[in-house]
Write a protein that binds this ligand. Sequence first.
Ligand code: G3P
Ligand code: CA
Length: 260
Amino acid sequence: MTTTDLDPRPDGQPATTGLPLVIAHRGNSSVAPENTLAALESAWRVGADVIEIDLQLTADGVAVVIHDETVDRTTNGAGRVDRLTAAQVADLDAGDWFSDHFGGQRVPTGEDLLAFFVAHPPICLLAEFKGPWGTEEVRQVTDAVDLMGLADRMVVQSFDVATVEALRAAAPELPRGLLVDELPEDLLALCRELRVMTLNPSGRLLRREPDLVDALHGEGLRTMVWTLDEPAHWAAAVAAGVDGIITDRPDRLRGWLAAR
Ligand code: G3P
Ligand code: CA
């Protein structure tokens, strides 16, 4: 199984059905606190093909798994991630806000994240780098991916074009994705320049641009749409021919696809 052909199945069966990959958004984030090891474990157990997570940098330059620019919404702390040290972030509770049951969950570091994937084959990782990262900054993650033997189970992506360029410079061999919510001026030329493997649009954009999937496939590109949680939206995405559906409900999407 590799993410180069995006053909992973936790049960070892090839995904040759033509159905899209089930991609757990921030882990199984509808039942566990997003971007925690509990949410990742749940996504793995319910048979997601891929787990999507978000990476940000602390004040002392350590990659941590958290979506927002601040820790306010998803931890018991306050303040911008890039103004807190890794030690300060490590002290925060990242589960209690979601429910008592998850008290004690932490904000994983990039190292915790990769260790999880080493211990949970063959699920794949879709890692979103939030905001601007330089080449040396992304290298702490991409070098560790290489060392830990995860390169064939990982796709890196960002909304930030300069970050995608930094990822290309640091780890040209890692499959890359560009996230978009609006169509850039010359989308296909940009994809070619960045040498991305996948262009990942919002569901809103895909609804507005129904020919986008065919145009991307015509260029040899993949596409994984975000973040779709309802069967009617899954049905439209399947009809459009997307390669992956990013969802907060990977357990339901897995069941829905199985029932088709
Ligand atoms: O991977 C796509 C999706 O996660 C992008 O939006 O805000 O949930 O990170 P957001
Ligand atoms: Ca994300």
